[in-house]
Design a protein. Sequence first.
Lengths: 371, 371, 371, 371
Amino acid sequence: MAFTLPRYTSPDFNSPFLLTAPPAVFERVKQAAVAPEGYHATSIFPEYLHMSRGEWRLAAESRMDCVIVLEPDGSLAVKEFRHLKVGDAVALGRRENGEDGIYVHSGGFELPSAICEKFAFRTQVSRETSFSIDYDELYELLDYERENGFILWVLGPAVAFDKDARDAFTAIIDNGYVHGLLAGNALAVHDMEGSLFGTALGQELYSKTHAVMGHYKHLDTINKIRSIGSIEEAVGASLISDGIMKATIQKRIPYVLAGSIRDDGPLPTVIADAYRAQDEMRALARRATTVVAMATQLHAIATGNMIPSYRVMKGGQVRPVYFYSVDMSEFATAKLADRGSLTARSILTNVQDFVVNLERGLLKKCRSNAG
Amino acid sequence: MAFTLPRYTSPDFNSPFLLTAPPAVFERVKQAAVAPEGYHATSIFPEYLHMSRGEWRLAAESRMDCVIVLEPDGSLAVKEFRHLKVGDAVALGRRENGEDGIYVHSGGFELPSAICEKFAFRTQVSRETSFSIDYDELYELLDYERENGFILWVLGPAVAFDKDARDAFTAIIDNGYVHGLLAGNALAVHDMEGSLFGTALGQELYSKTHAVMGHYKHLDTINKIRSIGSIEEAVGASLISDGIMKATIQKRIPYVLAGSIRDDGPLPTVIADAYRAQDEMRALARRATTVVAMATQLHAIATGNMIPSYRVMKGGQVRPVYFYSVDMSEFATAKLADRGSLTARSILTNVQDFVVNLERGLLKKCRSNAG
Amino acid sequence: MAFTLPRYTSPDFNSPFLLTAPPAVFERVKQAAVAPEGYHATSIFPEYLHMSRGEWRLAAESRMDCVIVLEPDGSLAVKEFRHLKVGDAVALGRRENGEDGIYVHSGGFELPSAICEKFAFRTQVSRETSFSIDYDELYELLDYERENGFILWVLGPAVAFDKDARDAFTAIIDNGYVHGLLAGNALAVHDMEGSLFGTALGQELYSKTHAVMGHYKHLDTINKIRSIGSIEEAVGASLISDGIMKATIQKRIPYVLAGSIRDDGPLPTVIADAYRAQDEMRALARRATTVVAMATQLHAIATGNMIPSYRVMKGGQVRPVYFYSVDMSEFATAKLADRGSLTARSILTNVQDFVVNLERGLLKKCRSNAG
Amino acid sequence: MAFTLPRYTSPDFNSPFLLTAPPAVFERVKQAAVAPEGYHATSIFPEYLHMSRGEWRLAAESRMDCVIVLEPDGSLAVKEFRHLKVGDAVALGRRENGEDGIYVHSGGFELPSAICEKFAFRTQVSRETSFSIDYDELYELLDYERENGFILWVLGPAVAFDKDARDAFTAIIDNGYVHGLLAGNALAVHDMEGSLFGTALGQELYSKTHAVMGHYKHLDTINKIRSIGSIEEAVGASLISDGIMKATIQKRIPYVLAGSIRDDGPLPTVIADAYRAQDEMRALARRATTVVAMATQLHAIATGNMIPSYRVMKGGQVRPVYFYSVDMSEFATAKLADRGSLTARSILTNVQDFVVNLERGLLKKCRSNAG
């Protein structure tokens, strides 16, 4: 059963209630980065603003906890508070049913009843939940998205700690399933330490023996990349000859390495400013149709915050955005899954096994499709 | 690199210290199930008793936290306190270096230095430890043990909750990698509910949809097996036609289902008495050369308590016993790994993925060996 | 604000639907310990059976996953399957709305809307949930129950590992807040090792230094109690002169120590047979009005299984039964809280701190009430 | 038993081995932010450099994973790689025993043998470790440090989620036990939402009822503070009239709010640049004599990275720096404790209970000292 997109149904703007709804109200920003009193904050759902009698306009590239700005060209921009400029026209109103000229459309996608029921029990996902169907559906989804969507991966450093996991994710990149990558300094350092020295934090990737002076391997990796100037140059010079960063760069996949206070180094190309990093991440998030976040609370929650439940494709088609989080702890996945979205799924396991399983499932499909 | 048994080196009984050691002292039990003051308690290591000048005798089927009884035939039995009978001759002495005629030989196996170093860091096993080599070594080990050893599995109920995991473990049984099975009532009930109704606790195994009146599936399963008389009869009558219990019974694999206060039912053949269950478990534990405990703290710790670090094979050869524990929580695996043994390993992951990976790895080996 | 019992409202048996409901149907047991096809299984809620036109009878001492037997004296006994005798009259029917003459009354208690709302979010209880109000309400509740109810405690061994926690729980017993105690062999052994040697598993309770030959302390404790005959005799002889078991026995508090396959020893008075242990536990569970389960999955789930959401007091008053579970892991408390009951609460913390906080809160109340 | 500082013993520089050690070698930085090949990386221990025959100089304000720069004034600065300037003289050498003119002194503090033994088992800290002595020692320590040291707190947002915890930590500040505070945007936002609306993320702090339009409370808080200009101005204008931030500002306690990609807003005074935030954090870390990190992996690990095991006080006295981490998960505390330092301790519990217990313990001491 190949994956098919669920159909999207627009709100019935001819319903009496919406027909008589007032137009949305906008107020100008008076102080930079401060929203006017009574601003409307966005959700993850499609939001329509009543522009003029009968014309409801969809905010196209949305995310939660932002405000809607009516741009001079008539489009609706979903902006973080910190990006508000004096004079921006911000939508006001906190009722989501149209009474303030704003309609939040949380039920637009026709989902099979099985999924709805699953949703009812979503919060009970635990290590004892059976995940066979989630793997199978994910294979189908990623296969579809490889051709038709934009698959954004969010990686914690643990993906680079294990030989099989690092190899598997590299193969997933090489086979076209990665369109964007979000991570931190540590993922890139560990991965390149693997290429330079065959170790991660000084421990051999496969044998786990501790290299002599192993604790220097980490710092030497950073120092070497700083010395050569960039990860791209290190790959270009074949200094970095295998692994996740090399595959990413050779496939010209856009990536963001966001800085954090936990970083050593950092590597060049890591973005020091957390909010500029958010902006770069959101540039990829706007394009994402499926997100897979693995073994990182910081980057996964940061990404989850900026991923809406839908995307407007070229031609205006509205489709869902899928969000998978993979982690070992119920606490972490509950935080991530707590988005009230039918399209968020959690898998509780060690990311090493997840990636290895995933690669096998995807590549078996590749072969059977080719055969 | 195929698996080879590490060589065992007996203690040097000609060392001056051991040559002058006194003979072991035994004292008779005066009150049933009570050891005499000053009793010696066993460890997981090979223990030798100085019987008479120069003759050191090895306690053959040992386990920790028991006492050593000199049997009338001259053999040394390692007995639980509760099995002590009035008149039993119990070894006394708490020094383990020979001074009391007892020598605990903790360093008998020549282990590669890599493993020793790993051991040094054993307590630091976490979800971020790389496990590639552990999987590979486990494939080699189980392949060896299938022909030459006795592989004892300890299963938590979660193995039966997921379709792929249940299928994978059934295949592992069918391919000869299971020589004994320890579990509780819940594993057997969930597994047979899967065969009877396609559900586990009322939820469909694969689709996860909740069956109508689903909460009755669990109780109906127990009631049906009680009605037919035994799991064996249910399998014989083809009432139970797939899954773990069916494969176990058809392959005539010895198994113990130990009762617990958490049980519904219980199923027939579940052993109600915790200590009789321990005895039955130990009967299999005495034969085990490798133990794999998955997703159960109760049964895993119970089994771990009765598994020594070595086994004396026919012909007198002493070989190590391997103990793997698989769990999602550092807390659980730390409890299990805390045995001071070089041959205990932990893998932190979801047992579903572990079993699926394992089956793939083992069966790939099968095919490549056959090819 | 002192605690007050929520009022119970019986079902409206004059509603047209219930007035026309058929009488409950009973079928005789033909095979011991096997329920007749179509048996009705109980829930945690009050269940009424339609006995004859207009007479609905409440099953008084209920628990989930059992069957209802019409006793010769006309009362309704809620029995475990394994206790069914040939000839027992078992209620049939799986519809809970009266259509089968069975009415399951899940909404009998008037709960403040705040609690209902909290219930809606109950599954989201995590380590980041604020627990101030839960502590305060628990102080009020236990104060009320000390005089008017039956407080049943379920203890994991960790309560005896820490000096302050052990002292605090002993004070809670001494001050009358404990009416029944459920635990396992380990709790009693660790607690009495504390009294005999000042250690737990060989580690000094307060300083945490490892006693010389410390690993023998545990076995010596068991052996000594087995030698003297019983915990009661050990307390009577002042061999055990402080701690939880001593306080329990001196206050003549009924307790059950249920055996498990993980046990060393066991101590005398530990019940070896898991299902006889269940029976003894249920004898206390029938009387319980509040249950507090701390740091034990095995005993907490076992107890939770046999605790209904209500109790019928002398005089026929129906009141709720409160169930608190305290554990470190979301996984464990989710399993425990998953009872669909408004009166189940979870607190996520280390049981050491919980007990210490609780004792302070309760005794401050004692003093202020006395003052 | 009041707290006393353990004595520090300098290395024996008259030992033949150190007497014949070569002088430390320095090499100039040629590329900004890149260390010369063979650089020496610092540890958490006191490190002495052999400057000229017989003169060993201690690097005074150290931290791990940095390089040692010989400043023009002859002092030794411990610098992050990214701060290296062309021309800086960086110490070379990777042997720590003096052979490279560098001596790492890991055994300088005379610790009681009990602590050393505890250290041996440090990695086994779990939820079942007894923590009574750790609390008591921490009360003594903080009491000493209030007068004689610099207590630096690292706070996760959960401290502000619970009424009692928030009140307790505010009291700890008011009583002088807080000399510096490190946190993120979320802690400050949640805390001030508590003051403005009595909620945290829209849920009432005490009753846990969900406020109407509750999800706006968080964003409104940020918007309001951005509008008024700074947290200081909000406190000055009595807009923020209780809680952690108010107490911190009124006591003129230095604090750093480090930005992260997970932030909403952010609040003004949150430092956007991760590495400038590191610099500000390290400015406080240099002064710290005790650090307590609660319920935050990101900030706790970031701080741990920059905290050495010792501090050189005015007058040249070398004293230890204590590092406590409090968290719910063995995984998190193991990561934090894994510093190889005798002075790192972990307490596994819910930070709410920890703070409440701590405040009670500290203030009881206050009163008894005053009495």
